[in-house]
Write a protein that binds this ligand. Structure first.
Ligand code: ACO
Length: 430
């Protein structure tokens, strides 16, 4: 499958043997290394790549991230164009099906999603059973997993229609689960979905509706939320998505796989980072404390949360767009005082040799938390706000994995460095 017969020649200096390996898309297949053996009994050579720093786990047509140039595109469309011109459900259609919908397709899609927003009452009771101070992300993960028990048909992952139905259900229900987990944590009664509103508008309704008959979302906040949802929708093979693909490769139903993906996202090095950014900013407290804080980061005592990315070695394009959104939100909500500390911190870090030489720039999480806080969300909701739109990406990647005949159950190899065989030692001899 080499393009223009491009190949890589490998000489094994243990045996003097030469191997010619095809190159495909600047990549060699790890399985092509297996033929490299010292003798017939040898298992063959493997590649060793902890944390998948240089291993492509799949081919994909969904999202392009060029970390060196700071580029992010869904299905070829630059993220800034989508953020400016599209909305959550239109971009979700694009991410899932590969093309922008025409008017009829979009209307049908919006109808299909918005008519699955209601949760089974038993699920509501399940959520209600959590302790009053349960972390909303723990509630989110558990409730998504519980959905699998409500839809046993979801096990038919080879059936495209059944798959589409679960995709629609999940995209429709995650805002409801997210909003219910928030209202539970503050002791408010759950507000039911309003299907006349947009996806983002309905989410604001379920979060903030009080006693009014009909909740009217503020158009600026609705737009800001649409932009944030679009920015977080997919990001190719990150930790959560790799979990979705890895778990889904066992052919489990998508609810169970997605609970695992959401759990991966919960971690502080991934989707939990925006929560940590806010804690960090409040700990810094005032601009005067920034120099001491930067020193402690440089001494390795802590990390500057919201900075650095495994792939982006340039300004994260999403961070730029989010900074613009912040201004629109603050016009409605009032300015979040954390913003001044964040801007000053960013300015100092971007000039400092430590961060410059390591190519550490603000990532998507540096400003998103400040916006969510201004919208009235507690920091414990931040990872939930990330998982909500990422549902679309997870499902697109899951579907792509299932329909790729090169994929099998994910099963990495290891390099065993433990003891050789030895006899069991009785207790009195240890
Ligand atoms: N603050 C201080 N130093 C940092 C930071 C940071 N935020 N990030 C990386 N470094 C330093 C490391 O200490 C290391 O320095 P060294 O070479 O002297 O040892 C160097 O930069 C390279 O760092 P790695 O840890 O090898 O980079 P990696 O690609 O593994 O990590 C990660 C990426 C996890 C995102 C890291 O930058 C980090 O912990 N950032 C803070 C958490 C964060 O914001 N996460 C959100 C990521 S975006 C997202 O998930 C949506």
């Amino acid at each position: 499958m080499a393009k223009n017969n491009e190949t890589l020649t490998i000489i094994d200096n243990r045996t003097g043997k030469e191997y010619e390996i095809p190159i495909w898309e600047d990549t060699i297949r790890a399985m092509d290394l297996r033929q490299i053996k010292v003798n017939e009994d040898d298992f063959g050579m493997m590649s060793y790549d902890p944390a998948y720093k240089n291993t492509a786990n799949t081919k994909s047509t969904i999202t392009l991230v060029d970390g060196e140039k700071g580029i992010l595109r869904y299905r070829g469309y630059p993220i800034d164009q989508l953020a400016q011109n599209s909305n959550t459900l239109e971009t979700a259609y694009l991410v899932l099906f590969g093309e922008l919908p025409n008017e009829k397709e979009l209307d049908q899609w919006v109808y299909d999603i918005m008519h699955h927003t209601i949760l089974h009452e038993s699920l509501k009771s399940l959520m209600h059973a959590f302790r009053y101070d349960a972390h909303p992300m723990g509630m989110f993960i558990s409730t998504v997993a519980a959905l699998s028990t409500f839809y046993p048909g979801a096990k038919k992952i080879d059936n495209p229609e059944k798959r589409l139905l679960q995709i629609q259900r999940l995209i429709a229900k995650v805002p409801t689960i997210a909003a219910f987990s928030y209202r539970h944590s503050v002791g408010l009664p759950y507000a039911y979905p309003d299907n006349d509103l947009s996806y983002a508008g309905n989410f604001l309704n379920m979060m903030y509706k009080m006693t009014e008959m009909k909740y009217k979302p503020h158009p600026a906040l609705e737009k800001a939320l649409d932009v944030l949802f679009i920015l977080h929708m997919d990001h190719e093979q990150n930790c959560g998505t790799a979990a979705m693909r890895g778990i889904g490769s066992s052919q489990v139903d998508p609810y169970s796989a997605m609970a695992g993906a959401a759990a991966a996202l919960y971690g502080p090095l991934h989707g939990g980072a925006n929560e940590r950014v806010l804690s960090m900013l409040s700990k810094i407290g005032s601009k005067d404390n920034i120099p001491d804080f930067i020193e402690s980061v440089k001494n390795g005592e802590q990390r500057l949360m919201g900075f650095g990315h495994r792939v982006y070695k340039n300004y994260d394009p999403r961070a730029k767009i989010i900074k613009g959104v912040a201004d629109d939100v603050f016009k409605v909500t009032g300015r979040n005082p954390m913003l001044d500390i964040a801007i000053e911190l960013e300015g100092i870090a971007l000039e400092d040799e430590y961060f410059v030489s390591r190519k550490l720039y603000p990532n998507v999480d540096f400003y998103s938390g400040i916006i969510y806080q201004a919208m009235g969300l507690p920091i414990s909701m931040f990872p939930v706000m990330f998982a909500l739109p990422r549902t679309v990406g997870w499902l697109a990647q899951w579907q792509e994995m299932l329909t790729d005949d090169e994929q099998k159950i994910a099963r990495p190899r290891q390099v065993y460095l433990g003891e050789g065989e030895r006899d069991f030692v009785p207790m009195n001899k240890r």
